[in-house]
Design a protein around this ligand. Structure first.
Ligand code: E4P
Length: 217
């Protein structure tokens, strides 16, 4: 499973990229606003930090304007992925970029039939939002499961990018049901390393090792 960071914080991205475990980065207009920096500058910096796919989202709502914005974003770096909303116009723009061989991430997906349309439009990635569905009393993981079944039934190559992830349980379930990618906030990535039994076990091992008086080096 590929792990993307859902962030525009370049310091944090650089720190986590140093683990060698980060395959890409997703951003959105809210995260750009949170960075307080010009979008083109932030995306360029992230593209330098992480060689994998970096999603940069258009802000336009009509297909023609999305295509113009996407073309500009694609010029930032070869690893930019154009992020488009799952609307009628967004899918028209997606089809355009698919024909041009430009990678896309169709975002704000909340239903299996929306995901089916994204695949038919040639999306590279589709982003179902787990946490926001859970917030409304639905089971976000059911959506991932349904999309996996649909894509497997028809051999669609669009990758399922589980988004709006709130905790490590979401990561585990998305991996179990077969999402191709998970995009996670930095805090959730940090939590993935942790287990109280790891800490307890290590403490005991270090104590016992010290009691031997030995040194490996
Ligand atoms: C994904 O591409 C989105 O940027 C993100 O996962 C949305 O997450 P949120 O629901 O926590 O805002």
């Amino acid at each position: 499973m590929q792990i993307f960071l859902d962030s525009t914080d370049t310091k944090v991205i650089a720190d986590f990229a140093a683990t060698g475990l980060i395959d890409g980065v997703t951003t959105n207009p809210t995260l750009i606003a949170k960075s307080g920096r010009p979008m083109l500058e932030v995306i360029a910096e992230i593209c330098d930090l992480v060689p994998g796919p970096i999603s940069a989202e258009v802000a336009a709502t009509t297909a023609d304007a999305m295509i113009a914005e996407g073309a500009k974003l694609a010029q930032i770096a070869p690893n930019v992925v154009i992020k488009l909303p799952l609307t009628r116009d967004g899918l028209i723009a997606c089809g355009h970029f698919a024909n041009e061989g430009v990678k896309t991430n169709v975002t704000l997906c909340f239903s299996p039939t929306q995901a089916l349309l994204a695949a038919k439009a040639g999306a590279t990635y589709v982003s179902p939002f787990i946490g926001r569905l859970d917030d409304y009393g639905f089971d976000g993981m059911d959506l991932i499961r349904d999309i996996r079944a649909i894509y497997d039934n028809y051999g669609y190559e669009t990758e399922i990018l589980a988004a709006s992830v709130r905790n490590t349980a979401h990561v585990k379930e998305a991996a179990v049901v077969g999402a191709d990618v998970v995009t996670i906030p930095p805090s959730v990535f940090g939590d993935m390393f942790k287990h109280p039994l790891t800490d307890k076990g290590l403490e005991q091992f270090l104590k016992d090792w010290a009691s031997t008086g030995q040194s490996i080096l």
